[in-house]
Write a protein that binds this ligand. Sequence first.
Ligand code: PLP
Length: 459
Amino acid sequence: MTANPLAPAWLRLPDDANELAATVWPRNAVRSESGEVVLAGVSASDLVARFGTPLYVMDEDDALSRAAEVLSAFDSAFGAVATTAHVYYAGKAFLSTEIARWMTAAGLNIDVCSGGELAVALAAGVDPARLGFHGNNKSLAEIDRGVAVGVGAIVLDSVVEVERVAAAAERHGRVQPVRLRINSGVHASTHEFLATAHEDQKFGVPLADAPAIVAQIRSHASLRFLGLHSHIGSQIFESDGFAEAARRLLVVHAQLLAGGEVPELNLGGGFGIAYTTQHDPLSPRDLALGMAQILERECRAGGVPVPRISVEPGRAIAGPSTFTLYKVGTVKQVLLDGDASRTYVAVDGGMSDNVRPALYDADYSCALAGRISEATPTLARVVGKHCESGDIVVKDEFLPSDIRAGDLLAVPVTGAYCRSLSSQYNHVPRPPVVAVRGGAAREIVRRETIEDLLALDVD
Ligand SMILES: Cc1ncc(COP(=O)(O)O)c(C=O)c1O
């Protein structure tokens, strides 16, 4: 078969379209002898019979093992340079009370960035001291709640927040630990990073303003300054961007030490993962080792002790653990100019359960989940059921040409920023999240119902 000219360069024609590539499927996903996708002993058809489609299916052991791997990678890499590392799970990737319990039981802290995420973590029974509270525009009520319950750190995102958090801490008779988010001018994404004097975005304060703002923080007895914070972007595959941000931040970190303690440095999240075979992420171990070496080198050069480090990965923990199961509804062959053609496969979900392709032009892959097929692979585009032509789930994938209505289709790596960015667009109820472990499946977030959709209408 000749390659379809519409296929992107990175997408190779598969030798076997039924294969589950280890780089993108949850660790406990296999194909059974009958050809079904089976996760931790539970088959796709059993999951669908019990919970319906669309369905987020989460490999519990996969998520837990990734959390443990990140923690142990950072513990050992930073232990080797005579400091410690704190890992916060970035709850924005996907948060529910169950996930919050898994992450804290695994030894991670949790980052929240709204009053809603804070409420979920508290409802899960997470010790507030293990929470970091982000947000570029926290409301006064959110700040008050965070301080009142005793969150371990509030990340100040602007100079006005210094006074707002200090006032809340005074009201509650507390000393509130704070970090200061810096707009370092470094922006990283995939294999490249941009470094400028100023980055044109809404988060943080300019590095040059940090000494004055930290002096202002230190002037309040109700605040305790922990250190500088920087998050340089997402889907980062190299440590160079972190290196540049760390180098810039450490210059100011060293100056700040002259005026008081600066126990830590937070380098944010953004560790890259494979969404398709085009991505080749660093292991947490290599990333942590790279970051520890950089930090140690820069601290030695600056003559300052290596601070405690904190990081905030989200997608690297939750993303690869999950696939979404859909049912195929319609299949269309669309002929384009020349001889080119593409098969449009429409499924029973779409941009309401995964907006990343529409929002970020994100690539995904997919495979038949209910059977295997020996039919010739054809270039397909998986689309949703919403009233938008940008409602695309998988832009480009080779799928067996006999794909048909009723087939189950699974899209892997949907554990991060899918459920958390989901919507009720077109009043399509949001799918449940099912956790699978040791041959048992259970809902950790239930499916929305039509009653849920109507529940907010006042009349
Ligand atoms: C401040 C901050 N920390 C951590 C993260 C987590 O990023 P990722 O899920 O890519 O690791 C984000 C993502 O937007 C962020 O804004």
